[in-house]
Design a protein around this ligand. Structure first.
Ligand code: PAF
Length: 183
């Protein structure tokens, strides 16, 4: 059964009860519009942990172009049925106000790699990614969190942040499956 959790505080209550009984948790953060690559992360998490949590949150702070944010596909019902089919235990659907009570006044900035490559032409993108990942990792309180290796720069920056801030979650990079059309 897949349980939908609507707020970070509701999740923290669930997680507290789980940790008291020693249940390990794997966490897969997503922005929805799920495809085979995401499902391969869910499968890996399910193989390595007692429980799996997937979050779906279209994070506004990582879009440098508001038109891209407006056009980002939102396919919640389809996403949820795919996650149910995979046997995902929990899906967290936080609202923007719950994740950004500070209105994004506080943010994580990485001063090296984040300014190169994709970051060079998407100003602020990796600040938004790192900030939301920090929040989500903290809320999830997972043993492991799963990211695609395809997004090499994101994965490297997340690993660096986890080391820099002594976060307790192990970051697992996965060779994600490509769509059959090669995308
Ligand atoms: O890779 C993504 O889908 C996003 O950047 C992430 C990690 C879910 C943060 O919003």
């Amino acid at each position: 059964m897949t349980t939908i959790v609507e707020t970070p505080s509701a999740w923290r209550g669930e997680r507290l009860a789980q940790t008291q009984t020693g249940l390990t948790l794997g966490f897969v953060p997503t922005m929805g519009a799920l495809h085979e690559g995401h499902l391969s992360l869910v499968r890996r998490s399910r193989a390595e942990n007692a429980l799996t949590l997937v979050s779906i949150f279209v994070n506004p702070t990582q879009f440098d172009d508001s038109a891209d944010l407006a056009q980002y596909p939102r396919t919640l019902e389809r996403d949820l049925s795919m996650l149910r089919e995979e046997g995902t235990d929990f899906v967290l659907l936080p609202r923007e106000a719950a994740l950004y009570p500070d209105g994004y006044r506080y943010r994580v900035t990485e001063a090296g790699l984040s300014t190169a490559l994709e970051g060079a032409h998407r100003p602020g993108h990796f600040d938004g990614v790192l900030t939301v990942v920090l929040k989500l990792l903290h809320i999830a309180s997972a043993d492991r969190a799963y990211f695609g290796e395809k997004d090499w720069q994101q994965l490297t920056l997340v690993r660096g942040m986890v080391d820099a801030f002594f976060l307790p979650t192990t970051i697992v990079g996965c060779a994600t499956v490509r769509e059959s059309d090669g995308l």
